[in-house]
Design a protein around this ligand. Structure first.
Ligand code: SAM
Ligand code: SF4
Length: 323
């Protein structure tokens, strides 16, 4: 098992397969952004598989494919199939904005993706377009239905809570998720990049208590590798998670690291500590050398983020390493 210097077991890798995206969510990526990673720096599927195999030998057993928009990476299902075949892998999930889901959902399921998180901040077409800079709500909703019909479950909806933007739609989203049997997760905005810092955030504690009373919810547990705290309905049919990095950080139970498409390993979402894996991979390293680098990297994982104390620290955008 991989353990960091604070005794946390690191069992989960968020794998960014591209930093490109077909949306421009206001809190994530700036509208005219052009600073994408050059294709020659993208890890190939062979390189990604090699890193994941090395991590798996060290005991890491959960992977989430993310981006940018991961479904823009050509033939992603082939990578998914290669990862799910690695001995020891117990969980392969995907975070997506859903725009390409309808077309790809069958191939993803066949390839062994077991869990899906879909970002959906609004059910109102004009608000959705204002947030994402594209008028594609219908397509995302079709993707969600296709995923459910394909047998994915539970499907989690990630909604970023923005004061004055999505706050008034939270109850409508709860009703939608109850009806459609999706798990809802509300997320506090993180000050990652100027985009995150310039977004009106809101702390979710009061919303949590309001929804608890309004829908008669009780504390619950929902399977997953993440830090969400859940409320569930008494009959267990509805579940809502709260991801509260700002109001109630969960760094003491952090179990993850993040690999960018450029082969840079990020040890904390809210810090700048990184380890370059690509350079070693491309100098013909042995598996032992690769494992040693990953072990050493984990020892450099910081104790916690400092989003409150140092909100200007992280200048990269969330799209570059996948949230
Ligand atoms: N494109 C995919 C998607 O939207 O799900 C995967 C990548 S996206 C960066 C992963 C998650 O990060 C999404 O749920 C998104 O809402 C969230 N995210 C992006 N920027 C954020 C920010 N500044 N604060 C909180 N969450 C953010
Ligand atoms: Fe793209 Fe996801 Fe960022 Fe939105 S949150 S711009 S969909 S990477």
């Amino acid at each position: 098992m991989l353990t960091d210097r604070f005794g946390r077991a690191i069992e989960y890798l968020r794998l960014s397969v591209t930093d490109r995206c077909d949306l421009r969510c206001s809190y994530c990526m700036p509208k005219g952004f052009k600073g994408f990673e050059e294709p020659r720096h993208w890890l190939s599927f062979d390189e990604i598989e090699r890193v994941v195999r090395a991590f798996a030998r060290l005991g890491l057993h959960r992977i989430r494919l993310t981006g940018g928009e991961p479904l823009l990476r050509k033939n992603l299902h082939e990578l998914a199939a290669r990862i799910s075949a690695i001995p020891g892998m117990t969980d392969l999930s995907l975070s997506t904005n859903g725009t390409q889901l309808e077309k790809q959902v069958r191939a993803l399921r066949t390839a062994g993706v077991t869990r899906l998180n879909v970002s959906l901040d609004s059910l109102d077409p004009s608000r959705f377009a204002a947030i994402t800079n594209r008028d594609v709500l219908d397509r995302v909703l079709r993707g969600l239905i296709a995923a459910r019909e394909e047998g994915f479950g539970p499907i989690k909806i990630n909604m970023v809570a923005m004061a004055g933007v999505t706050d008034e739609e939270i109850d409508a989203m709860v009703a939608f998720c109850i009806e459609q049997r999706f798990v809802l997760r509300l997320i506090e905005v993180m000050p990652v990049g100027n985009t995150g810092r310039n977004t009106a955030s809101m702390e979710l504690g009061p919303t949590q208590e309001r929804l608890r009373a309004r829908f008669g919810l009780i504390d619950g547990i929902v399977p997953g590798a993440g830090p969400a705290r859940y409320l569930v309905s008494r009959d267990g049919r509805f579940q809502i998670g709260f991801i509260t990095p700002i109001s109630q950080h969960f760094c003491e139970t952090c179990n993850r690291v993040r690999l960018g498409v450029d082969g840079v390993l990020h040890l904390c979402l809210g810090q700048n500590d990184t380890v370059d894996v690509r350079t070693l991979l491309r100098t013909g390293c042995t598996d032992d050398q690769l494992e040693a680098l990953l072990r050493e990297a984990i020892q450099r994982k910081p104790l916690r983020h400092e989003f409150r104390e140092q909100p200007a620290r992280v200048v990269r955008f969330m799209s570059s390493i996948g949230g």
